[in-house]
Ligand binder design. Sequence first.
Ligand code: KE4
Length: 439
Amino acid sequence: MLHLENSQAAFDEAKKLMPGGVNSPVRSFANVDSNPPFIARAKGSKIYDIDGNEYIDYVGSWGPMVAGHAHPNVVKALQAAAERGTSYGAPTLLESELAKLVMEVYPTIEEIRMVNSGTEATMSALRLARGFTGRDKIVKFIGCYHGHSDSLLVSAGSGLATFGVPSSPGVTKGTAADTIAVPYNDFEVIERVMKEHGQEIACIIVEPVAGNMGCVLPKQGYLDHLRRLTKEAGALLIFDEVMCGFRASLGGAQAAYGVKPDLTCLGKIIGGGLPVAAYGGRRDIMEQVAPKGPVYQAGTLSGNPLAMTAGLETLKIITADPEPGEPDSSRVLTLKVKKLLLGWQEGARKAGVPIQAHQAGSMFGIFFNEHEVWDFDDSSASDQKAFAVWFKAMLEQGIYLAPSQFETLFMSLAHTEEDIDRTIEASRKAFAKVREMRG
Ligand code: KE4
């Protein structure tokens, strides 16, 4: 039984100070009807809560911690950077250095703008697409999440290919009317939308590997389909790789699937745990961004020297050449996930609990579903109750997973074979609990 007394007291107090006691909703553990451990520190693959419990961490701060927590190179570089001041609000060499490193890995990015969050990156990319094309409408996919800017907090209208409805109070009908939300991995609906509205559409924005309806992969040829449709309509294709960037492969989904977007949004890993995100792409488009062009976007802490430092050190770790004959970091991460999922699948089979296990490089997840999962409806049809039982049983055994069926899990270079073996062992008991719950 986990002792969480201090976390419980901390949560009770936090709920008097911040909405739901958290600074981002999913951290409240509301989706799994539980209370969150309050974290005191983290190192490598482990996090430790204020009650002294140790967990093997597969959330990794929702993706950034691919090198593991408190990597010595990152900590050392940050300590030195802090001595030089924490922010100047002026150009630094660090921003150009990180820009160049990102462009080496993402050749479709010819110019880049650093911002502070994935929300800012996608919001700015949308404004840029609208400014560049002179068109107002955008297309997003049901179940894809791109941060909380108004145009992207929109769900499907009554008829699938109609204009959107606000998915949050505070988003105006007028804003939502410019967003069309269609099902992910559906070839026909998007084709119909682009045929009917293509000339009004500024862009399609997509998670090329989806991570916010659980981990859901694009169907064979789907990204090529979006590329063709946007080209035909004179619309831009925006890959939101905030999560799948450096995860689906080192070069993200665009490298893994060989599809070139016009703009890419990145985040999470490029800040190594500090607030960094970015949008970038074709030079002719990016040159429309202020001060070079008329599309306005700005930020006090954009390109912050500490954040650039953490991002640079993290990217240096994952892009480093391996020892001769050794696999590179992407391969190492992919193999760790493969081993873990094979163990989970075996445990689920033994317990008689059908699951779908999905992997894209170092990001992964499972669904309590006997059918394949290709879109938000499939994901929503999965057994959320079973997920909550499994999640709690794993947490009890010191395995820290994302507290929602609609999230994705992340492997780091710091996870050891022993961590993975322990996680597989813990899952056997957790699947048995699901079996018991189902009777
Ligand atoms: P942020 O504004 O949270 O930095 O990024 C928004 C965002 C944009 N695009 C994608 C594909 C994303 O996954 C995200 C944010 N991811 C969530 C995890 N589902 C962050 C965790 C949270 O909201 O607390």
